[in-house]
Design a protein around this ligand. Structure first.
Ligand code: 2BA
Length: 110
């Protein structure tokens, strides 16, 4: 079994959850915040049997789109910049989805 941790944009979350649920996947939704943009995003925990892993990744890839967002002046830039913060708005491409796949040692429901 695997655990997918999928960080997606809020705009894609609802459709992604319903598509995954319709296809028989279990999903837990967490409201999260990206460290760079300091903006809300959504993290999904998806436990899947190994045989269904590729199917889940296919759904995520199909549903989640990349979009441009603007990093505001409050955005902390990479180390090395003098002030540490963006001096003017910077456009960044966000998503479609950032997905971590973890091996699950044990899965129990009580
Ligand atoms: P944020 O950290 O808010 O990042 C939003 C987008 O800003 C990123 O999109 C990337 O295009 C850009 N970005 C991030 N850090 C940057 C930097 N130091 N300099 C310039 N641009 C930067 P994505 O890569 O698609 O990431 C979307 C969200 O996924 C992230 O939101 C974060 O919540 C999560 N994420 C991405 N990589 C991660 C990682 N290695 N570990 C944990 N979470 C991650």
């Amino acid at each position: 079994m695997k655990l997918l941790i999928a960080i997606v944009q809020d705009e894609d979350a609802s459709k992604l959850i319903s598509t995954l649920m319709n296809e028989g996947y279990g999903v837990t939704k967490l409201a999260t915040t990206g460290g760079f943009l300091r903006a809300g995003n959504t993290t999904l925990l998806i436990g899947v049997d190994d045989a269904k892993l590729d199917g889940a990744l296919d759904v995520i890839e199909k549903v989640c789109h990349s979009r441009k967002q603007v990093a505001s002046a409050a955005t902390q830039m990479s180390p090395g910049m003098s002030s540490g913060f963006a001096p003017y708005p910077v456009e960044v491409m966000v998503g479609g989805a950032t997905v971590f796949t973890l091996n699950v040692e044990q899965f129990k429901k009580f």
